[in-house]
Design a protein around this ligand. Structure first.
Ligand code: HEC
Ligand code: HEC
Length: 152
C-alpha cells in the first residue's frame, strides 16, 4: 500500500467512527430503525357507533371534510356494482322514510334521460371518503384544532 492509500483508509475510518459517535443518541419518531417494517397495530379494534338512527353526528374539523360515519357499518355488505346498502338510507328516494341525512347535492347528477337525480359514479364508493372511527390513541401527540364549530 502506498502512503496516499493508507492516508485515505485512515481518514475513512476516522470519519466512520466519528459519524457513529455523533449518530448514537438519535432515534426515529416511531422508535424503530428507519428500514424496519412497521409493527402491526393492536388487532381487532371495534368500529365505534351502533345502530344507524341512534347516533349523533361527529363534529367536522374543516368545512369540506367528508363527514365521518357515526354509526356501525360492520354488518353491511360490501359495496358492489349491483348493491350499495348505504343508498338504502341515504339516497334521494329513501332518506326521508329512513330519517337519515340526505347526501349532499355534490353527490348527485341527473340520470341520462334527465328525469331524476341519482348518485354520481364518482361518489358511488361511499367508504373511500366516509370512514367509521375506532377509539385509537394518536401515535404522535398533536394540538390540531379544527376551524369549524361542531354541527348538530
Ligand atoms: C339503516 C339506515 C342506514 C344505512 C344502511 C347507512 N346509514 Fe349512514 N346514517 C344513517 C342515519 C339515521 C344517520 C344519522 C346519525 C344516526 O342517527 O345514526 C347516518 C349518518 C351518516 C353519516 C354522517 C352524516 C353527517 O352529516 O354527519 C355518514 C357520513 C353516513 N351515515 C354514511 C354512511 C355510509 C357510508 C353507509 C354505508 C356503508 C351508511 N351511512 C349506511 C342511516 C344509515
Ligand atoms: C369523493 C368523496 C366522497 C364520496 C365517494 C362520497 N362522499 Fe358523501 N360527502 C363528501 C363530502 C366532501 C361531503 C361534505 C360536503 C358535501 O356535501 O360535498 C359529503 C357529505 C355527505 C353527507 C352529509 C350531507 C350534508 O349535507 O351534511 C352524507 C349523508 C353523505 N355524504 C353520504 C354519502 C354516501 C351515502 C355516499 C355513497 C353513495 C357518499 N357520501 C360518497 C365526500 C364523499
Amino acid at each position: 500500500m502506498n502512503r496516499t492509500v493508507k492516508a485515505a483508509v485512515a481518514a475513512t475510518l476516522v470519519a466512520v467512527v466519528f459519524g457513529c459517535a455523533q449518530y448514537g443518541g438519535v432515534s426515529t419518531l416511531r422508535g424503530a430503525d428507519v428500514a424496519a417494517s412497521d409493527k402491526a397495530p393492536e388487532t381487532s379494534k371495534e368500529y365505534e357507533g351502533k345502530k344507524p338512527g341512534l347516533q349523533k353526528p361527529i363534529a367536522r374539523t374543516f368545512s369540506t371534510q367528508p363527514p365521518l360515519v357515526p354509526h356501525a357499518v360492520a354488518n353491511f355488505d360490501e359495496i358492489t356494482v349491483a348493491e350499495n346498502q348505504c343508498l338504502e338510507c341515504h339516497s334521494l328516494e329513501n332518506y326521508r322514510k329512513k330519517n337519515a341525512p340526505k347526501m349532499g347535492d355534490t353527490h348527485l347528477v341527473f340520470s341520462k334521460d334527465g328525469t331524476k337525480k341519482m348518485v354520481t359514479m364518482d361518489r358511488y364508493q361511499c367508504n373511500t371518503c366516509h370512514v367509521p372511527q375506532v377509539d385509537a390513541k394518536p401515535l404522535v401527540e398533536n394540538t390540531f384544532v379544527g376551524n369549524v364549530a361542531p354541527k348538530q
